[in-house]
Design a protein around this ligand. Structure first.
Ligand code: GLA
Length: 401
């Protein structure tokens, strides 16, 4: 009796010692709310260069995005050059001095991110980290890197298919080990580097990612700047809400706000829902040429506050009726956010919509704030609500009844 009651306590004490001594306090603090910043890929892809990254950093400050919370300036694929005889990876001609670039970004009060792959090559066929994980992690830390996106790509054919051609479980173990290896290498540097997994949600990464030190993991394939892509990815997030929380987030991919074919309503809906999902908010547009209406969306403080709520509870879809989806999210202090989204392509297909407050666990009329108009709104049960095609009503209720 005595022994059994003492042993777990001793084990707990030991675990506490191991945890506190092996994880520096600074590392624990990474991504306590979803990371916010900018990434080069969605707009610039292979055209990203030193000048473009500096311009993005300048614009993040000049546009007020920094004040709104955007901190990470992330270089995606195509910065990599060749390895020398010591195995050290050099940058290519687009990035003459990565340390100087990191210093520049830091001098603006921002943080800098980079990209690699556990395979021999990246997705754009540049040099990957296979066999050089520790060396690369150390180099990132020496440069002052704050964020790594680690993208599976060539690891699939080069390692998984090759070493375990007919054994799915063994392939998944290889993938898992590769992500664990880089997680450990980053941790060994002693620098707090946000670790973002990009393997498209394979093998339910949300179940094992946090244990490897991941702060975020992609849940799907790549987003594209059109409604169908964004809405498909959004719908795939339902069911993942319990896996998000401070320090570790589901990542439905970077923002396409301001890109491609998305109109103003679609941009607003995309941004609203990524905020509701507690997703990383990584803008992916051309910042120096950003339109005012796009800037207004990306810097909407009401909406960002939903994303950055310290409870870290991801939204879930409560119900759908016709082509209208109703999502809700619990916020700190007992508040609630509700999103009513019209996915119909015809403005009148769901006109008007009658919100069922009972389905949201609410009783009678509710006082809230419309986060896009910044005006008070009264929600009464089954009241008719007009929502244009691909638009959204986003409401924060401070004291739900
Ligand atoms: C993959 C990723 C993208 C981007 C590209 C770069 O497709 O999912 O987000 O990083 O690789 O090559």
């Amino acid at each position: 009796m005595r022994i059994t009651s003492v042993l777990p306590l001793a084990a707990l004490a030991l675990a506490a010692v191991i945890t506190t001594t092996s994880t520096p306090a600074s590392a624990q603090a990474v991504a306590q709310t979803p990371p916010m910043g900018w990434n080069s890929w969605n707009y610039f892809a292979g055209k990203v260069d030193d000048k473009g990254v500096r311009a993005a950093a300048d614009q993040i400050v000049a546009t007020g995005m920094k004040d709104a919370g955007y901190i990470y300036v992330n270089i995606d694929d195509t910065w990599e050059g060749k390895r020398d005889e010591t195995g050290l990876l050099h940058t290519n001609e687009k990035f003459p001095d990565m340390k100087a670039l990191a210093d520049y970004v830091h001098s603006k009060g921002l943080k800098i991110g980079i990209y690699s792959s556990p395979g021999p090559k990246t997705c754009a066929n540049y040099e990957g980290s296979l066999g050089h994980e520790e060396q690369d992690a150390k180099m990132y830390a020496d440069w002052g890197i704050d964020y790594l996106k680690y993208d599976l790509c060539s690891f699939i054919p080069a390692v998984m298919m090759k070493q375990a051609p007919n054994d799915k479980a063994a392939q998944m173990r290889l993938m898992h080990d590769a992500y664990e290896k880089m997680g450990k290498a980053l941790k060994a540097t002693g620098r707090p580097i946000l670790y973002s997994l990009c393997q498209y949600g394979w093998d339910s990464v949300w179940e094992w990612g946090p244990a490897l030190g991941a702060n975020a993991w992609r849940t799907t394939g790549d987003i594209a700047p059109n409604w169908d892509s964004m809405y498909t990815i959004l719908s795939q997030q339902e069911g993942l809400q319990s896996y998000a929380g401070p320090g570790h987030w589901n990542d439905p991919d970077m923002l396409e706000v301001g890109n491609g074919k998305l109109n103003i309503r679609e941009n607003r809906t995309h941004f609203s829902m990524w905020a509701m999902l507690a997703a990383p908010l990584l803008a992916g547009n051309d910042l120096p040429n950003m339109k005012p209406e796009v800037k207004a969306i990306l810097t909407n403080k009401n909406v960002i506050a939903i994303n950055q709520d310290t409870l870290g509870k991801q939204a879930h879809r409560v119900y759908s009726e016709g082509e209208v989806d109703v999502w809700e999210r619990d916020l700190s202090g007992g508040a609630k956010a509700i999103a009513v989204l019209n996915a119909g392509s015809d403005r009148y297909s769901t006109h008007p919509f009658h919100l069922d407050l009972g389905k949201l666990g609410l009783h009678g009329a509710q006082s809230g704030k419309n986060l896009w108009t910044d005006k008070d709104i009264q929600l009464t049960d089954h009241m008719p609500i007009e929502i244009a095609s691909h638009d959204i009503l986003l409401v924060r209720i401070a004291s739900p009844k």
